[in-house]
Design a protein around this ligand. Structure first.
Ligand SMILES: [Zn+2]
Length: 434
């Protein structure tokens, strides 16, 4: 600041003297860190909106955040305690009184990162938040990795098919069918089709692997619904999705992509974008419900409504799930207008018919493992279901706000039951569209 600027600032301070008498400096409430492979998020919660300036510096890599009107006092020191050891891409954090009227937070980074910082107004359980996202520049691109895995699987399936076709005319009885898992378990309870039956009809065209996208709701700073016993929706739905992935991938024709495979916040539009990026054949979002009354119970399956929600409750639940971006924290600018426009495209109505098929079949399977909240497919305007060309459904696995269902959701046994049901629902749909 040069002398002229200093004088101007001083003049402004004098002019606003009356206002500044009533002024109280913002207080830091908490500092939270969300380390993940995708990116590391640091959230500074305060009782007033923070004004800040962020810079990234190299050699060594670090992000420097100057926060106005904040003191680098003991409370702030304590708040950043969690960041004093390695946290995601942050190797260490420190604060100092950079100017009398500004504290400086320095985040030492393990690698070069792209930074984005923005403030969020109070929502849900949170007060004002200054959010700093640090995305590693050299991070692997999960979509590119997945597409490479998909190409590899395509050639594996091709090879398997060529092999199978070769076997047919020679009437050779294969001891181990090509696609079967290794015969490692002697006490295999599931009866296999007899190996002596050769495939009746050699498929003439290449088998294309199916891409199933599983979307565990919430994550990171957004816990989703919280049960009376303290169970987080974000945790149980990730566990269910991971189990479902393992089960689905026992079938070599299915390749699963997860919109998140860790405790990280992913904005709703990014989940949709990822599904389209991997050319999903099916998109299944997995959630747990909550209601003000603890006796509300049962599972629900939703598809996107073309116009309005099918019930007031459906609308209420859709609003709640769509709030995820506000809770988790998404930059208010930078919404993708192209995506919004796409939603209106005609392909949506064809997709909606497929989503309804997927949803009804799924409902029939989920019904086997839990009572249903409503015994029909519900329609609601969930942001995450708005892929115009991917059949998409959202499963509310149970009410986490119901103590009994919360216990079930947290049990690995029940999670596996749900995972099996979801697998069956997906396969039921895919086998019809093949
Ligand atoms: Zn949810």
């Amino acid at each position: 600041m040069n002398r002229r600027d200093a004088l101007r600032t001083l003049a402004a301070l004098v002019a606003s003297g009356a206002a500044s008498l009533a002024y109280t400096a913002p207080r830091i409430r908490a500092v939270r860190a969300w380390p993940a492979k995708a990116y590391t998020r640091v959230t500074i919660e305060s009782d007033q909106e923070l004004r800040f300036l962020i810079n990234t510096l190299a050699n060594p890599d670090r992000a420097v955040v100057d926060i106005n009107d904040v003191r680098a006092d003991q409370a702030f020191q304590q708040a950043i305690e969690a960041l004093k050891t390695e946290t995601g891409i942050v190797s260490r954090a420190r604060i100092g009184q950079f100017r009398p009227d500004a504290a400086r937070l320095v985040l030492d980074l393990k690698a070069r990162a792209e930074t984005a910082a923005f403030v969020l107004p109070p929502v849900g359980q949170y007060q004002y938040r200054l959010v700093i996202d640090l995305t590693p520049v050299d991070a692997d691109d999960p979509i590119a990795e997945f597409l490479a895995r998909l190409t590899e699987r395509e050639s594996q399936l091709d090879a398997m098919q060529t092999e199978a076709n070769k076997d047919v005319p020679t009437k050779r009885v294969p001891t181990v069918p090509a696609a079967a898992p290794p015969p490692s378990s002697p006490t295999n309870t599931t009866p296999k089709p007899p190996a002596t039956t050769p495939p009746a009809k050699p498929a003439p065209r290449a088998i294309k692997p199916w891409v199933v996208v599983l979307d565990p709701g919430h994550g990171g700073e957004d816990p989703g619904a919280i049960g009376p016993g303290g169970t987080y929706e974000k945790t149980v739905v990730l566990a269910i999705a991971q189990k479902t992935k393992l089960l689905l991938e026992q079938d070599k024709r299915i390749v699963v992509f997860m919109t998140r495979d860790e405790d990280v916040f992913i904005p709703l539009a990014d989940r949709v974008r990822k599904a389209r990026g991997v050319n999903a054949d099916v998109f299944v979002s997995i959630h747990a419900d909550a209601f003000t009354r603890p006796d509300a119970r049962g599972s629900s399956v939703y598809a996107l409504s073309e116009r309005g929600a099918s019930s007031a409750a459906a609308r209420w639940i859709a609003d709640k799930e769509n709030q995820s971006d506000l809770i988790g924290g998404v930059r208010l600018q930078g919404r993708d207008p192209a995506l919004a426009k796409m939603i209106l495209e005609m392909s949506q109505s064809i997709t909606n018919a497929d989503s309804a098929k997927l949803g009804s079949g799924m409902l029939a399977e989920i019904k086997q493992v839990n009572r249903m909240h409503k015994d029909r497919l519900e329609l609601a305007n969930f942001a995450v279901l708005r892929s115009p060309d991917v059949p998409s459904i959202l499963i509310e696995t149970a009410f986490i706000s119901n103590p009994e269902e919360e216990r079930k959701l947290a049990s690995a046994d029940h999670q596996l039951k749900l995972a099996r049901a979801i697998r069956s629902g997906v396969r039921r749909f895919l086998s019809k569209t093949a």
